[in-house]
Design a protein around this ligand. Structure first.
Ligand code: TRP
Length: 452
């Protein structure tokens, strides 16, 4: 059977953007930007994208498109019989760990979309918003059911294939996501007091720009761009032969940041206009949004739009996460794609129950912790703080020191068709010296060896 590729440059762009845009954009980015000094944090975030995000993304694209293989097979082909293939194996492992808790949060989002359609949030109060959120996440049965529904959707799309599944869905839904978020933005910006929310997002406050803020920005850039675990290797292996890998990386990073900013613009003016606190994490997304949107004209329509766009973002990100082990099983183990999709999704849904049930701290599973963390937090910590930075570091070292510069040049210039000499030199220098140093610092800090 012929290996599939995306059918055009536009398909490459939307699929890759679909991977990058996820739950991280909708609440994490705006909240962190506000907490760590607004505009100043944003500037650091841009620098992180430039010096770590883009070089690693291009490197992953290179590995994938050059070999046209899954993450494990690709590294094995480039350096046969060496341990480099463990980057791919580690990637598949991180993909599962991320999916265990990501599918749980995605389940809450789907559930909220369902509740918004039913009109559950009409005229709710603060206390009511909190108790509804509590009911949703504590279940215990309903969040598991929604997690299974999420994985059913993901398996179905993936089973349809790279072109008919991933490409079709992302090409249809990503533009829709833009339209929906802009509608929410227009409504938010026409609220009284909207300016205060925009100020909150964009204020430049250098006093809040601590070492922790810089490290947070770097970690966020990494997770946001789906780097360090073979996602971009796997997607890169489906890119068209004439795709400009530097161009795609730049366009995806820029658009992903744009979506994050648009999400911040939708959320903060609304929050300030109603005199609410811009609180952190799940609270902001799941409690504040129903509360504020339910109080404004056309609020329920906007609420449905908002949770629909968040569902799109989460789903297309999950496609790329599961595609990593899926491509490995189909290509290296000869499992048929639909079968591999269903088995992977089922395993994730079943083990993911541990994450879902560990959210309720009063339950048997939730009260069980190991070194101070429950299942949900361990899955998150090991994948984001350990495996992703280590994976990124290894990829930077591999491309910077184990691959010949002429080989890089040949592939990145599409066999001489693109003139990329100056950008290649800049990329190569950053990848060899700047990126590994920054990643090492972040990793040592996140495991507590280096303290600021
Ligand atoms: N980038 C996605 C988000 O912002 C999540 C994601 C998808 C991811 N694939 C990944 C994160 C691979 C790390 C690695 O939500």
């Amino acid at each position: 059977m012929k290996r599939e590729t995306f059918s055009s440059g536009l398909a490459v762009f939307f699929a890759t953007l679909g991977s990058a845009v996820g739950l991280g954009n909708i609440w994490k980015f705006p909240y962190l930007t506000g907490q760590y000094g607004g505009g100043a944090f944003l500037a650091v975030y841009f620098l992180c994208i430039l010096f770590v995000g883009l070089p690693i993304m291009v490197s992953e694209f290179y590995i994938g498109r050059k070999t046209r293989k899954n993450a494990v097979g690709a590294l094995e082909e480039l350096k046969p019989g060496t341990s480099w293939k463990y980057i791919g194996i580690m990637g598949a492992l991180s993909s599962y760990l991320i999916m265990f808790f990501y599918s749980c949060v995605a389940g809450w989002v789907y559930f909220y979309l369902f509740k918004a359609i039913k009109g559950d949030f009409a005229g709710i109060t603060m206390a009511n918003a909190q108790s509804q959120f509590g009911d949703v996440i504590m279940g215990p049965v309903s969040p598991i059911i929604w997690q299974f529904i999420v994985m059913g959707v993901v398996a179905t799309i993936l089973a349809m294939g790279v072109k008919d599944g991933i490409e079709k869905i992302t090409k249809t839904l990503m533009p829709l996501l833009f339209v929906l978020i802009i509608i929410c933005d227009i409504r938010a910006l026409t609220l009284p007091g909207a300016g205060e929310g925009i100020n909150f997002l964009l204020q430049v406050d250098f006093s809040k720009l601590t070492a922790a803020a810089v490290l947070t920005a770097l970690g966020l850039a990494f997770f946001k761009l789906s780097l360090g675990m073979g996602t971009m290797i796997t997607y890169g292996s489906y890119f068209t032969a004439d795709n400009n890998l530097f161009g795609t990386a730049a366009k995806v990073a820029l658009s992903d940041t744009l979506v994050s900013l648009l999400a911040g613009i939708a959320i903060f003016p609304t929050v300030f206009s109603f005199g609410l606190e811009p609180s952190a994490g799940p609270g902001l997304l799941f409690m504040t949004i129903p509360l504020v949107f339910s109080q404004i004209p056309f609020g329920n329509v906007l609420l449905v739009a908002f949770f629909f766009l968040t569902s799109i973002a989460a789903t297309t990100a999950m496609l790329s996460l599961v595609e990593v082990p899926l491509a490995y099983f189909t290509e290296e183990r000869g499992v048929a794609r639909p079968k591999a999709a269903i088995i992977n999704a089922a395993v994730i849904a079943i083990i993911g129950i541990l994450a879902t049930l560990s959210v309720d701290k009063s339950s048997l599973l939730g009260s069980y912790t190991f070194l101070g963390r429950g299942f949900f937090d361990w899955f998150d910590y090991i994948s984001s703080n350990v495996l992703l930075p280590v994976g990124g570091l290894l990829i930077a070292i591999f491309i910077g020191y184990r691959v010949k510069k002429e080989d890089l040049k040949r592939e990145l210039s599409n066999h001489g068709r693109l003139h990329i000499d100056s950008i290649l030199n800049v990329y190569y220098f950053i990848l060899r010296y700047v990126t590994p140093a920054l990643l090492l610092i972040v990793f040592l800090n996140s495991v507590g060896i280096l303290k600021f």
